[in-house]
Design a protein around this ligand. Structure first.
Ligand code: ZN
Length: 142
């Protein structure tokens, strides 16, 4: 059983890892989504003002993962709240902010994560994705 009262799914394929130092101890946790990783990090910071934490897509994940997010309500004008694409490479450590495909930099606590297809997409992010097809997704080297 985990904290949510649900049976622990030991084989749940959580793509994200959160690691940090809380009250002098090393901590590590898995997360199913960026939002879960963030809430874990905020929990650590609430427990220890000097806590440090980073998160990343597991280095053994088979390929890059694109997550979608936009400025949370109240942190930007509505017209600027388009849905940005954030390509994540396995093993690349992420800290307090993330850079979208179009170059926009969003601070983590101010990102509202969206399911695929939700929100008005950022056109510049879409262009970036089209310009940079990812041959690694096809598997193997060229
Ligand atoms: Zn964008």
């Amino acid at each position: 059983m985990d904290a949510t009262g649900q049976p622990a799914l030991t084989r749940r394929p959580d793509p994200f890892i959160v690691v940090g130092k809380v009250n002098g101890r090393d901590e590590a946790a898995r997360a199913a989504s960026p939002a879960e990783a963030l809430s874990r990090m905020l929990g650590w910071l609430a427990a220890d003002a000097d806590a440090s934490a980073v998160w990343y897509l597991r280095e053994d994940w088979p390929g890059p993962v694109t997550v979608i997010g936009r400025q949370a309500p109240g942190t930007a004008r509505e017209s600027r709240r388009c849905a940005h694409l954030f390509p994540l490479e396995p093993g690349t450590v992420l800290r307090g902010a993330m850079t979208a495909g179009c170059g926009a930099r969003l601070r983590l606590p101010e990102i509202e994560w969206l399911p695929l297809g939700a929100g008005m997409p950022c056109e510049r992010c879409l262009v970036g994705v089209c310009r940079n097809p990812r041959p690694r997704l096809e598997g193997g080297r060229r």
